[in-house]
Design a protein. Sequence first.
Length: 186
Amino acid sequence: MIMEKNEIRKKVKALRVMLSDLEKRSAAEEVFARLEKTAAFILADRILMYHSLPDEVFTHDFLSKWHGRKHFFLPRVNGVNLDILPYEESRLELGSFHIEEPSGDNVVDPSEIELIVVPAVAYDRKGNRLGRGKGFYDRLLGTTKATKVGIGYEFQLLDELPVEPHDVGVDIIITQNSTIVINGSL
């Protein structure tokens, strides 16, 4: 039997709270080492990332490492949608939901993005993702042909998730222990 979405969110949140800083750092290093080896990352120049919250796979070091060699973009909440803006560490400000977001007016069309690194509460082995429940990423992902890579901790990878018609999945899932290709190739 499939767990309900809110039940999954509570379970995963409890597991994330138990991670030590060392476990978080080690997992992030392994996740991004795996991402760097994918053709999707190697071939992409324009990449939408996210600026991680404390309970998500830490993205800040990866952004710093590749900034200047890849063109990174971050989302910014705009009503019920996400705007995409260029990443510049000096131009981040606290936005909606206490997430650091890019400032400015230079919004980029989603069609210009080649790769999207997506956060989630959980994924299943078919590429379905469960977000925090507001639908921001589902609305964005439905408008783009970019390769969608979901990243998370191994315990965020479940056998099956409840799926609704508006849910948009990912093409590749990467955890510290595995890389699963649903659509596309490595």
